[in-house]
Design a protein around this ligand. Structure first.
Ligand SMILES: [Zn+2]
Length: 473
């Protein structure tokens, strides 16, 4: 960074640190981002005059209009894409540093409605933060913006109206669970007879790839129809309304459900969507085993590998990519995903970026971390209601037994990771009797102050994700 001095109309000196990578010429204007001490600003100079703009929504719109690389675009058709959910709006520069010299294309803005509610942010905020990070970094490659886990038409419309280039349709409310436990008579009670479908599937076998076959009997066919029938109708309706015009990436999410998507069910969904003329770019199945938040895969690696091979073959046959959700820290399955997909996948991470941000607090502001940690323990039971996690808080070391230097080691402990992971909404929204945030403002001040350190943590940690995904390709 280099320092620059400005004088306001009242002759007050304003000194700013210029982010040199951001420097751009636009017509007769020189435009750059700078640290003004109290925060980052955008500076526009022309003919010796200058304007200093706060980083608000209008400034983001100015950037997207004048510097098209600061606006998102469709990216899912590219080979390796990674969703880097930045819940706080402070990770973008680090994420760009992770991918800029790789063949990974980032989806820098990626947020679900639930995350918006828990963090008190809007879709405008999330996209604007990505735009600022892109401009600040001088990053001129494509990147995407994902309205993640959208369940309702009005949510899709909201994301589209804000300029999101990717829609992830969450079908979980239309997917039936517990069907595999029904006896035949109970299943028949829920199944609606359909001659056309029965002729296609019952006692039929499909060759997905050489040596990879999927077959249905009456039972497995009926289960597929009962579990996914309503979801297929929902997908077809949303496709016709919002996607068919062909201007945005479309991901089908059937992962947020209790029972795994068997390869046969995945094939059924893909084949039925093809028959209905629904085109999409990625599909997220619910894999076997557990993809809990912010920790490694739990489950049978051999079964995962065998099933992932078939999931990947189905995706290949129907020309889309497998999307892996809850991809934070799934190091033991990354090599399998990279290899069996032929290096063609979408992977979503979010929670791990928040955990790295809190690890930064543990490192740099231990007193603040201790406060937040104690509060998280307090709210653990409430937070647990919203997540499927196996966290055992009795396995987390007592804070009083840890020196300040030992605090970051808590992030090597899965139970501590999950504790901090699932309580993020509580931590960020807690207010005192006067309506002031208890932790939020102090956390944001620290994330700004130690932003270079955060960038370093992310580069290492997301870099490790990328290295593992690439390790067998
Ligand atoms: Zn998901």
């Amino acid at each position: 960074m280099s320092k620059l001095m400005f004088y306001t109309a009242e002759d007050n000196a304003v000194e700013v640190d210029v982010y040199q990578r951001s420097l751009q010429i636009n017509g007769g204007d020189i435009v750059f981002m700078a640290d003004a001490g109290y925060g980052d600003v955008l500076v526009i100079t022309s003919n010796g005059n200058y304007r200093i703009l706060e980083l608000n929504h209008e400034t983001a719109m100015y950037l997207r209009k004048n510097f098209p690389y600061t606006a998102p675009s469709r990216v899912l058709r590219l080979k390796k894409t990674i969703g880097t959910g930045d819940r706080l709006g402070v990770a973008g520069v680090g994420h760009i540093a992770c991918v800029k010299d790789t063949d990974y294309v980032p989806v820098l803005a990626q947020q679900s409605i639930r995350e918006l509610n828990l963090t008190g942010r809007s879709y405008e905020d999330v996209l604007d933060a990505a735009t600022f990070a892109v401009f600040k970094s001088g990053y001129k490659k494509p990147w995407g913006a994902d309205g993640d886990h959208l369940k309702k038409p009005e949510e899709i419309e909201y994301a589209i109206s804000c300029g999101y280039t990717m829609i992830t349709l969450d079908c979980s409310e239309y997917i039936k669970t517990g069907i595999e436990k029904l006896d035949d008579a109970q299943l028949d009670g829920m199944y609606q007879h359909n001659d056309e479908l029965e002729a296609i599937y019952v006692d039929k076998s499909f060759e997905i790839a050489p040596g990879v076959n999927i077959s249905f009997d009456a039972r497995s066919y009926k289960e597929a129809v009962v579990i996914y029938g309503a979801a297929l109708d929902f997908i077809e309706d949303m496709y016709a309304l919002y996607i068919q015009s062909g201007t945005r990436d479309f991901e089908i999410s059937i992962d947020e459900t209790a029972t795994p998507t068997t390869p046969a069910q995945h094939f059924f969904v893909a084949n039925e969507l093809a028959r209905r003329g629904v085109k999409f770019d990625t599909l997220a199945p619910r894999f076997c085993g557990e993809f809990q938040k912010g920790i490694d895969y739990i489950g049978d690696l051999e079964q995962f590998e065998a099933e992932f091979a078939v999931h990947a073959a189905i995706a290949e046959k129907f020309d889309y990519k497998i999307s892996v959700h809850s991809g934070s820290d799934k190091f033991s399955v990354f090599p399998i995903i990279g290899k069996l997909s032929g290096g063609r996948f979408h992977i979503k991470t979010a929670g791990t970026n928040w955990l790295e941000a809190m690890k930064l607090i543990a490192k740099c502001e231990p007193e603040l971390y201790r406060e937040v940690h104690a509060f998280a323990l307090d709210r653990f039971e409430d937070a647990k209601k919203y997540y499927v996690v196996t966290t055992d808080i009795t396995k987390i070391p007592e804070l009083s037994a840890l020196s300040d230097e030992q605090l970051p080691q808590l992030f090597d402990n899965n139970d501590a990771r999950q504790l901090i992971h699932i309580t993020y909404g509580f931590i960020l929204s807690e207010k005192d009797a006067d309506g002031k945030f208890v932790y939020r403002d102090r956390l944001y001040a620290a994330w700004h102050k130690y932003r270079d350190e955060y960038k370093k943590l992310l580069t290492e940690h997301i870099g490790h994700h990328i290295a593992q995904l690439d390790s067998l390709i």
